[in-house]
Ligand binder design. Sequence first.
Ligand code: NAI
Ligand code: MG
Length: 817
Amino acid sequence: MTVAEIFRTMEYGPAPESEKEAAAWLGKRERVFGHFIAGAWTEPGQLFDVINPATSQVIARVTEGTTADVDAAVAAASRALPAWRALAPHARARHLYALARGVQKQARLLAVLESMDNGKSIRETRDIDIPLVARHFYHHAGWAQLLDTEFAGYEPIGVVGQIIPWNFPLLMLAWKIAPALAAGNTLVLKPAEFTPLTALCFAEIADAAGIPAGVINIVTGHGETGAAIVEHPGVDKIAFTGSTEVGRIIRRATAGSGKKLSLELGGKSPFIVYDDADLDSVVEGVVDAIWFNQGQVCCAGSRLLVHEGVAERLLAKLRARMERLRLGSPLDKAVDMGAIVAPVQLERIRGLVRQGVEEGAAMWQPSWACPTEGYFYPPTLFTDVQPSSTIAQVEIFGPVLVSMTFRTPEESVALANNTPYGLAASVWTENINLALDIAPKIKAGVVWVNSTNLFDAASGFGGYRESGFGREGGREGMWEYLKREEERGKGEEGEARRRGREANRGNRANEATSEKPASSSAPRRCPLPPSPFPLPPIDRTPKLFIGGKQARPDQGYTRRIHAPNGQLLGEVPEGNRKDVRNAVEAAQAAAKSWSRSTGHNRGQILYYIAENLSVRADEFADRIASMTGAATRRASQEVSASISRLFTYAAWADKYDGAVHSVPIRGVAIAMNEPIGVIGIACPNEYPLLGCVSLVGPAVATGNSTVVIPSESHPLAATDFYSVLETSDVPAGVINIVTGAKDGLAKVLAEHDDVEAVWYFGERDGVRMVELASASNMKRTWATWHDRDWLEPTDGEGREFLRAATQVKNVWVPYGE
Ligand code: NAI
Ligand code: MG
């Protein structure tokens, strides 16, 4: 082609990136790899092929990880742990900094290798994936440096197992490895079977950067290798990104194991266009939302929701743009779209598109043809889509956009939330009032205003609902790799700490009494003259507390509550499945307006509960003493602590601020702490009043509604508490209480689709049961069998509780004309 011809046609010429460097790197090991364990390469074992999806050629062979390989990797990580976690924060910061530098120096090699392995375009790997990888390590070098002050009282979890998908192979590795190392953990990571190469290249970079042997271990393999990591008893936490289906398997496999878990799963994210949006920007936004990485993006804007009035115009513009998208060799710097990762994924896309056509939606594709070699799929647009149809509900994970229309903002929110997922959303309008009104109403972990697919290490990423739980990136992501120092406190060390606290408390109590006699040490009033024989108890018909009223249980069964000496103290209803369902219904009905009430109002109600409780402090202390056999002084202490705790959460209600993250755009990423919704709470048996108040307090202070199962053995403090709630202006349904068998009731809560989170404080079997049952809708759980010193503020209240009661939504708002 002559220059004159090029000027006439304005056709793109080829602009291929060279494979040479990547080929040389692969050639160094004759394209055959073992695992990277304990700082060394293992002998290759049973091999499987690594394929370039753009050419369908085998480009390397890697080793299938066996359980013995996983054992070796976990052992290496355990051996490396003590020295790594003991490093000074600055030393770990230097290591993370070295990783960032190492990645930057090998940026070109990594970009080409990634492109060859995954099929994504070099433009994306070069300009997005690899720069973000480096950014992640730099950002987390910062958290490593600040760890002791910013996360005081917390420590690394231990050995972390990390399992990642194939859509952003090196970026997902960075999202996992950077925070894990910054917090002082060691790790075993398994890359996806389709895309192991950049992880292996990274191992080499880490080794050259001087990361100590065993701190980072990379094991390749398929799902069984992943399962071996998940099930390994030496692993203390699992971090997983991938399909919701496998996420559910992992939730079940780790239930009751004590392993901490974070899951970043699928999505079906809405891309909402209002009638005042700038439609030309919208078109470019859609290209980014659904054709970025061929649509193989967990947060892809795969559902286009358009205002009816502009739908025709937008779709016409979109078709014109699709006609001009360029698809071809991923190493060509001028293509927009590369190849689909593997034949199985291509088949899945084809199958779902076929189903969309069969279900009656209209399918449109550009007129040009895809290359016949390699696994390519054209950009595809569906119109006339029913919101309930398969293609509107199922994650396609390919370049397929489904569009639907709406008339009002309310309708747009209803459509947007009409999915079990909740990962991300884009909102397009020139009206900032509308944008910021809609953002909090969408159930998603990230909302982008007039933008899409913005990511940064400073801003947490992760889902609501079946998109998983936990955040990656930002301060919020660091918590996933840390645990309270107290949780180690089972052994002697913890015992010593507890004894120290008991002693302190004694001193403090004495100080308090010397200034002002506490009611507990005053002579106790005697309500009746002593009787020569015990009076018969007043027969009260025991009730539940549902929807703001004392409610009769579904069935008449009761359980008798005895004092430690066997004396009958009273009865409580034996709540059943139906009672829990009624309580959840009441909590759901209350959730919306309670979540929108102001922090000030919620604080006022908590103060009011505290006030009403303090009026009856002696009565509650007597009740606790008689149920538990505790000394009166100790029982009074529990009541005082409960009153103080209510004050704590009244205080927090308007102070648990979000943040504005420093992201590298002109604009802001607003991290909002949002309530989770309805939280089911199974209280500890010990501390019948304080245990309950300590959990209900943070939940309602942050705007959640609750269904509470009080102490199973000592429920009467909670049933007495009904009357306190009734006189404290608590809106109906915000706090519901169902007495009975804790584990049976907790199971109903954990299985219930309208319960968004379950907290369980009890025995290990119960923890396992709750974690297993919660997998049905992937609800968040906070379940533990560790003892807690509820009297102690450092153990029984504070940010840990507030974090459990909230989820972070990051709203990205770029600005400037
Ligand atoms: P997948 O969830 O099976 O694979 C993700 C990772 O988990 C891989 O490393 C895999 O080896 C590992 N794995 C598989 N089974 C496991 C098990 N039982 N225990 C432990 N680890 C296990 O995803 P796959 O099969 O590659 O893709 C299937 C569908 O999942 C895609 O079509 C897409 O819809 C969705 N997906 C979603 C992703 C996301 O980021 N949301 C990422 C990848 C896939
Ligand atoms: Mg591959």
